[in-house]
Write a protein that binds this ligand. Structure first.
Ligand code: MLT
Length: 414
């Protein structure tokens, strides 16, 4: 592989471009699995060479020992392909560092492979040692998204934080409760060929969180105004759980703007009287004990049992996501969900391509409910995501992105 640099720093490490050579490929002419690890390693050293220097670790007497490396393979790469590899810092601990590297083929902007890799700094005796200050500085603070993706969109009375990426017809990704736009991070990163727009609803994530004025109508109208602002006429609207309730409201109020629907881990029915009482109780918890107490209650129900067992880092990430949510936004969303109308009367009217997705282990909106939802919408398809709970796009990101990509491929383009 030969490499050249591109001026796209992520934290302080630049992206690098690497050309695939024939000897890295298998008998079918595709980069083989082992070569991917080398490719990612080469690009890390190249990035260091072009940034702080390849001797960054040696000059502090530490060595980054690999503890875990997981590669997701997305599409084959062949000799002559030029891959742009960038580095995102997922976590910097006292002694450990987690990086995510993404290899994208320049020719078609297609994601080829991703690596998540965990290092522990060790000293010359092989013992874990605190990260030297310069090393920590080079890798910077964890970043939820890549530079240039997050914009703040001023809609007049409210400013929303929005991740926007790619070109093509628009896919609007609406998060659930009590979450934020990073729920859709993998889909924003990977669904090439579409303009992916993932906002924080008002009161969530980094968007403004007024004290009052939350309802499904207001959320849906915010999205319509956001599309206006981004000069988007029509979009495929994907909503997870509460995002699905917003999608139904968007359909009621702005259906001419809907090219298709992705309804993930959601339901059409309104709250039962018991569920309404639960909303009021949780409002009190949020007001009295704050967002962390809401996280304590909600997180075990949000993630599937397989995820809780096999991906403990996700339990922590989702807990942190909920715990940093603004309390007025939590209270507002709970009231909006409690008072939302029943959307079942609209199901038979939906005449755009619709995909229903559900995590196999979703306890809040389980698979039978998803099948009933799909059966109510003419022509809707339903897909169950193995091993995932209520937050399928986070728990099984590759599977969900693949299913959505296949669905989008069949949507007639304007
Ligand atoms: C969500 O994930 O958005 C919530 O579980 C929805 C709800 O509580 O009804």
């Amino acid at each position: 592989m030969c490499s050249t640099s591109t001026p796209t720093p992520v934290n302080q490490l630049p992206a690098v471009e690497i050309t695939v050579y024939p000897y890295e490929c298998d008998a079918f002419g595709h980069v083989n699995e082992a070569a991917y690890l080398q490719l990612f390693e080469r690009s890390r050293w190249d990035a260091l060479a072009r940034g702080p220097g390849q001797d960054l670790f040696a000059r502090h007497g530490v060595w980054p020992a690999v503890r875990r490396a997981v590669v997701d393979y997305h599409r084959p790469a062949s000799p002559g392909d030029v891959l742009r590899v960038d580095v995102e810092v997922k976590q910097v601990g006292r002694t450990s560092l987690t990086l995510r590297q993404r290899a994208v083929r320049l020719a078609d902007d297609g994601l080829v492979a991703e690596l998540e890799i965990v290092f522990v700094m060790i000293d010359r005796a092989g013992k874990p040692t605190p990260m030297p200050e310069e090393v920590a500085r080079v890798f910077g603070a964890p970043r939820p998204t890549r530079p240039g993706e997050t914009v703040r969109s001023d809609l007049g009375d409210i400013t929303l934080a929005v991740d926007a990426r790619g070109d093509g017809p628009t896919l609007l990704l609406v998060h659930g409760f009590p979450l934020d736009r990073t729920l859709w991070a993998h889909q924003v990163a990977t669904l090439a060929g579409w303009r992916r727009i993932a906002p924080d609803l008002r009161g969530a994530g980094a968007s403004d969180a007024p004290d009052a004025g939350y309802s499904m109508e207001v959320y849906a109208d915010d999205l319509a105004r956001l599309l206006d602002r981004l000069r988007v006429e029509r979009a495929v609207v994907a909503g997870l759980s509460m995002g699905g309730y917003v999608a139904f409201e968007f359909w009621r109020r702005h259906r001419a703007r809907v090219m298709g629907l992705v309804l993930a881990d959601t339901r059409a029915e309104a709250d039962t009287p018991e569920a309404r009482r639960g909303r009021d109780e949780l409002i009190k918890v949020a007001q009295t004990h704050g967002a962390a107490a809401v996280a304590d209650r909600m997180v075990p129900k949000l993630l599937g049992r397989s995820t809780r067992r096999a991906q403990p880092h996700l339990v922590e990430e989702v807990h942190a996501m909920v715990a940093r949510a603004p309390v007025p936004g939590l209270v507002g969303a709970l009231g909006a969900m409690r008072d939302r109308p029943d959307s079942t009367p609209q199901l038979a009217e939906i005449d755009v391509p619709t995909l229903v997705i559900v995590g196999e282990e979703d306890e809040l909106t389980p698979p039978p409910l998803a099948r009933t939802l799909a059966a109510g919408i003419p022509g809707a398809a339903v897909t169950t995501i193995a091993g995932a709970g209520h937050l399928a796009p986070l728990e099984a990101p590759t599977a969900v992105s693949r299913v959505i990509a296949e669905f989008l491929e069949a949507i007639p383009r304007p």
